[in-house]
Design a protein around this ligand. Structure first.
Ligand SMILES: Cc1cc2nc3c(=O)[nH]c(=O)nc-3n(C[C@H](O)[C@H](O)[C@H](O)COP(=O)(O)OP(=O)(O)OC[C@H]3O[C@@H](n4cnc5c(N)ncnc54)[C@H](O)[C@@H]3O)c2cc1C
Length: 416
């Protein structure tokens, strides 16, 4: 297999890529493979998904089933959010939130605690109500919220087995509108941080770490009170044309703005399904910081602006609500997410990350599992109080270490 991840900054070393079309084949491949992992849609920026053998689940039948009584949707775990949303449309149901792009696989997003934004929105893994997993013995295990260890199974980092089926909470379909405000000042952001992040259902602050913050993207449910269209948002003015978060890029691949109401799945992601998300030529890093440290952590990044800017395309600040999932960066605390879309220059990015991780260390920042970061297990461990429980779960479900890989050993377990 000579293929790379979406960003092209990592070439998988796996010798084989399996594409089973039946659950029994998944069981057989896993039971017979010395080392194996599931490959999702390859949107992670590091070696988290690699192994000697890889398994893609995208040939399994989607089998989307909406349970209107239980308010859930169940489906085959290889599905991408865009495909799932399309199937849900016909049933009139919706998910509470999405990430910036609909192209990612649901199981891969859940495994890495991928998130969108919103003061009251948990990360995407928090909607998981149940799952089916093939463990390294080839056996099928099912679990739901009532089961012991469920909170450890969901954000599994690909280490516990192959998730073959997921059940997510749904609600009645809803409509969303999106507006971009431009020219927010730094003082305005610090003085009104809570008011700004609660202006909409999901709020993203984009910055290039220059003299002013730049854009605020506000996504509101159509039934929410209107934003200040003609006035301003703490000094930021409503844009009169569509914008791309990265200055100078054509907004054609962005979801519609200017307050035009549309389906939840067409507005919550920043980028549209049929188009390249973001810039397409980039690396990404992101750090999740306890919300109480928001102003100080953002100021710490401003102090590094001269180091950050030469390799930066854009930064985004979002808010994510606390949860109880053991390996979630939101475990036990509301967070802000400080994100960096970098130019595709791995070495230069890693040099800047050394400074960023140093500056964010006093705030106990947790790196996004799927993006580029430097921290290793020894510094990550004290930030995850349920890590010992997770390690026991890994050893219990996968005693022969079939799903263990170099990334997990180095970044999480601290083993060779
Ligand atoms: C352009 C772009 C925009 C992004 N925007 C956001 C964003 O808005 N918010 C955010 O939080 N992140 C974002 N990300 C990061 C992305 O969501 C994560 O990296 C996510 O893990 C990608 O899912 P994937 O299916 O591509 O995973 P992969 O990279 O393929 O795999 C990631 C991990 O999931 C495991 N995995 C995948 N499927 C299964 C399965 N069925 N069973 C068990 N384990 C499995 C893999 O083994 C691996 O450990 C973005 C990435 C890109 C490229």
């Amino acid at each position: 297999m000579s293929e790379s991840n979406w960003a092209g900054n990592y070439s998988y070393r796996a010798g084989k890529l399996h594409r089973p079309s039946r659950l029994e084949q998944v069981q057989e491949i896993i039971a017979n493979a010395p080392r194996v992992r599931v490959l999702g849609s390859r949107h992670s920026f590091n070696d988290i998904a690699d192994s000697a053998e890889l398994l893609s689940l995208d040939a399994l039948p989607p089998d989307v089933v909406v349970d209107h009584e239980a308010d859930t949707v169940s489906f085959s775990a290889g599905l991408r959010y865009g495909e799932l949303a399309e199937a849900m449309k016909a049933e009139g149901v919706a998910l509470p939130n999405l990430a910036s792009l609909p192209h990612i696989s649901v199981a891969g997003a859940v495994a890495t605690a991928t998130h969108g934004s919103g003061d009251n929105n948990g990360n995407l893994a928090t909607t998981v109500a149940g799952l089916e997993i093939v463990t390294s013995s080839g056996e099928i295990l099912t679990a739901s919220r009532d089961d012991a260890d469920f909170d450890g199974l969901v954000v599994g980092l690909g280490a516990l087995g192959a998730i073959t089926r997921l059940t997510l909470d749904v609600e009645r379909s809803y409509q969303v509108r999106q507006r971009v405000f431009e020219g927010l000042g730094w003082e305005a952001l610090f003085d009104n941080f809570d008011a700004i992040t609660s202006t909409g259902y999901s709020v993203s602050v984009f910055t290039h770490w220059t003299g002013a913050v730049d854009q605020v993207w506000v996504k509101s449910r159509a039934t929410d009170a209107p934003e200040p269209v003609r006035g301003d948002l703490f000094g930021a003015i409503a844009a009169t044309v569509d914008r791309h978060p990265i200055l100078g890029l054509d907004p054609v691949n962005c979801s519609p703005q200017l307050g035009a109401v549309g389906l939840w799945s067409d507005r919550l992601p920043h980028f549209r399904m049929g188009f390249t998300p973001s810039s397409g030529l980039e690396l990404q890093s992101e750090y999740l910081v306890p919300r109480r440290h928001a102003p100080a952590a953002i100021q710490a990044m401003r102090a590094l602006a001269d180091v950050i800017r030469p390799v930066l395309q854009v930064s985004e600040i979002r808010t994510v609500a606390a949860d109880g999932l053991w390996m979630s960066p939101q475990y036990g605390q509301d967070t802000i997410a400080i994100h960096f879309t970098w130019k595709p220059e791995q070495d230069a990015v890693e040099r800047v990350l050394f400074d960023i991780e140093g500056a964010l260390a006093p705030f106990e920042a947790r790196p996004h599992w799927g993006k580029v970061f430097l921290a290793e297990a020894a510094s990550i461990a004290p930030r995850y109080e349920r890590l010992p429980d997770f390690t026991r779960l890994v050893d219990r479900l996968d005693p022969r270490g079939a799903f263990r890989n170099a990334w997990l050993n180095k970044r999480v377990l601290g083993r060779r």
